[in-house]
Design a protein around this ligand. Sequence first.
Ligand code: GDP
Ligand code: IMO
Ligand code: MG
Length: 424
Amino acid sequence: MPATVVIGAQWGDEGKGKVANLLAQGADVVVRYQGGNNAGHTIVIGSEKFALSLVPSGVIYPTVTPVIGNGCVVDPKVLLDEMATLRGRGIDPDNLRLSGNAHLIMPYHRKLDAVKERYLGRNQIGTTKRGIGPAYTDKYSRQGIRVQDLYDPGILASKLEDVLNEKNLILSRIYNTLPMDPEPIVEEYLGYAETLAPYVTDTSLLVWNAIKGNQTVVFEGAQGTLLDIDHGTYPFVTSSNPVAGGALTGAGIGPRDIDRVLGIAKAYITRVGTGPFPTELDDEIGERMVEIGGEFGTVTGRRRRCGWLDMVALRYAVRVGGITELAIMKLDVLSGFGSVRIATSYEAGGERYDDFPRQQRVLYGCTPIYEDHAGWDEDISGVRSLDDLPKAARDYLARIEELAGVPVSMVSVGPDREATFLPA
Ligand code: GDP
Ligand code: IMO
Ligand code: MG
């Protein structure tokens, strides 16, 4: 049975939650492998709408084991609140399993995220202020506190004291803000320890056993390729690896355990937060995308920046993400635009870039070279097969496929789970 990685092929919010949830139907295990509650994954099932930030989308199905892998950073209060909200809506999250190796987001991470952004001023990244960057920073500087530390109160208190000695100097002397007291933090986190205990396990072993047992496993990425710490538009990125490689380290499996990588892309492109964006539309067309596409952040409510589909970036995402097929989302949003554009290359300083430029400076000053395609006016949100799409929409998908070099294996024409079809 297949192990599929679902990854964002743009700057996040492509519709990963919807697709992961679709694939979770009939799956056994759904794993989040990176990121934290900076993610906002929306699932619409009839009149029900769920916005999940940490719990994998598969939680909706009682037969699925949702897993939060070692590569994630976990804010325990947010996790428990999300589980409580799910329970309140009749969904039992008790199958959830949490890696003891996942790192915890601590109160000082959230505080540092906020004060650092303020300090950066005009150059700020526009983070979600959920403490993601500072938590990963501590992971890599080996000062992080892991889920398993909750079960060793002596170690928890001693690690926290050490780390706060340093953080408090940073908070007070660099950022001119109040230091934090370790005792209430230890007390708060030991409280979470007890509640979380039934869920904590060796998730790498769990996933391995599922794969070896021929079960169906879905890896649900958060963020997207262009927000990847290594491959994205650094420093305007998140602090983890959303690309398929991240699924390996973030779940604790090897490359041969993955059968396919489904790259999720909108039929146009959006970005929330700061950073370069070659095809951004600062005009009424971009405004129309925001309005029709409902392009406001699930987590922060921020307006998303919108632009035409960027195939230079999407080809790059296919390459660095090992994407084997694409899901094209929100095709319905492009109805009624008259004509639609696809950027096929960039031009900068008299040079043409067919490949994503290795020098990031180019991304700021480049002019996208567009292909113009006939648009369509019909409302396509009720369409459930490729044949029923207007010819212009079919041609648009065919051109994406051609330029990407991988097949489009799923098309989405509305937020609802049902508003999806497989072209094949
Ligand atoms: P994710 O972070 O990748 O899971 O994506 P988000 O949930 O943040 O953002 C995608 C938004 O688009 C959500 O509000 C979805 O309900 C919505 N959506 C998903 N697919 C479609 C689609 O095909 N058409 C429309 N109109 N909306 C969609
Ligand atoms: P999903 O999973 C879109 C962006 C933030 C900011 C940058 C760094 O819903 O696609 P962070 O808080 O991670 O340090 O912020 O990354 N960002 C996202 N943008 N979708 C997301 O997640 C995002 N998660 C982070 O806006 O620009
Ligand atoms: Mg989102």
